[in-house]
Write a protein that binds this ligand. Structure first.
Ligand SMILES: Cc1ncc(COP(=O)(O)O)c(C=O)c1O
Length: 377
């Protein structure tokens, strides 16, 4: 029989949706960029593989990559250096290492609702209790900090934040980031800031939690920013004492991150940013298209996402998210039911715009046709 902890979690609802999809369906369910990594990344990985870099490396990652990541954060805190950086086998592994390092059984962990699918289960796997805090749709899916503070108890250990957000696309303004740091300091909490979409913002500059408090660990990844999901490489940035502890857990999860992927990530951080800028501009055009089209459909309310590549519309059609997602799936559009991200997603779908404009137009056409039937019924 499996351990009790295995029964506290399930495979994410997102994966289940894909498995039920008909062939040739329009896929608005994708959680990854539909772009190739920058050519520099591809060349660097190919070169690494050809030149014998197919072996274990240091547990915390290659020194050159840790230096380069530290440089990226030095404008937020000039003291940032290699010792603050642990290279992980993806953001997902980073989140697990953080949970293992920080959460004790019977701790409470504040997690966003709606929020990314790993935060709650990771807390439960450690024997801790996830306590959802609301992202308020009327505030552009931002949290009300007074409401968050009311959820803090003597057992609260950490708060997980995610800006830009999956699934809402919400982006925290700089003042909110500062206010949250003060809240964490008042209550002795650690902020776990998942910043994997930090390069994908449209309307305002990205505000990182790094450099504003020492009660923070940054989770980041090359998956989205460099479109290298298949290489599954990421990193953590933390104050030195915490970084040492994180590295221990990371070592016990995977010993060391894969070497060729690190060489690729390093090349990606070194390149001019041209490819990433082009990807962002294409996402922005698609964001504008999808928001415009959704706003024309009766009974749909949509907050324009300021970042990431998701929109999280509310449907006032009297169906649950799962019923709606299933009805659309039968008509040939894959979406993700909002309740996969928490109770506040019950009337929502997550639509990803990580697909071509032609596919988006087609998918939105099917959605609009379905809306006409749903409104008539
Ligand atoms: C908010 C968020 N965090 C972390 C991840 C994990 O990304 P990866 O494990 O590919 O680095 C994802 C992936 O969808 C995500 O959306």
């Amino acid at each position: 029989m499996v351990a009790l902890r295995a029964r506290t979690v399930e495979i994410s609802g997102i994966r289940r949706m894909f498995e039920a999809a008909p062939p040739n369906a329009v896929n608005l369910g994708l959680g990854e960029p539909d772009f190739d990594p920058p050519p520099e990344v591809i060349e660097a990985i190919a070169g690494a593989v050809r030149n014998g870099m197919n072996h274990y490396g240091p547990s915390a990652g290659l020194a050159a990559l840790r230096d380069k990541v530290a440089e990226r954060y030095a404008d937020r805190d000039p003291k940032t250096n290699r010792e603050n950086v642990i290279v992980t086998g993806s953001g997902s592994e980073g989140l697990m290492a953080v949970a293992m390092t920080l959460y004790n059984p019977s701790d409470e962990v504040l997690v966003p609702n709606p929020g990314f699918v790993l935060y709650g289960p990771h807390a439960r796997l450690m024997g801790a209790t996830p306590v959802p805090y609301a992202l308020d749709e009327h505030r552009g899916f931002l949290p009300d900090l007074d409401a968050v503070e009311r959820l803090v108890s003597r057992r609260t250990r950490a708060i997980v934040v995610n800006s830009p957000s999956n699934p809402t696309g919400g982006v925290f303004p700089s003042k909110l980031v500062d206010d949250l740091c003060r809240l964490a300091e008042r209550h002795d909490l650690t902020i776990v800031s998942d910043e994997v979409y930090d390069e994908i913002v449209y309307d305002r500059p990205f505000a990182s939690f790094w450099g504003r408090t020492d009660r923070v660990v940054i989770v980041n990844s090359f998956s989205k920013n460099l479109a290298m999901t298949g290489w599954h490489i990421g990193y953590l940035v933390a104050p030195r004492p915490l970084a040492l502890e994180l590295n221990k857990m990371h070592y016990h999860i995977m010993a060391c991150p894969p070497t060729p992927a690190q060489i690729g990530a390093l090349a990606g951080l070194t390149e001019s940013g041209r490819t990433v800028r082009a990807m962002r501009e294409e996402f922005r055009a698609r964001r504008d298209l999808i928001v415009r089209r959704l706003r024309r459909i009766p009974g749909v309310e949509v907050v324009s996402p300021g970042g990431a590549f998701y929109v999280f519309p509310r449907f006032r059609w009297g169906t649950t998210a799962s019923e709606l997602a299933l009805a659309l799936l039968r008509r040939g559009v894959i979406t993700t039911p909002g309740d996969a991200f928490g109770s506040l997603g019950a009337d929502h779908l997550r639509l990803s715009f990580a697909t071509s404009r032609a596919q988006l137009e087609k998918g939105l056409g099917i959605l609009a046709d379905y809306a006409r039937e749903a409104v008539r019924a």
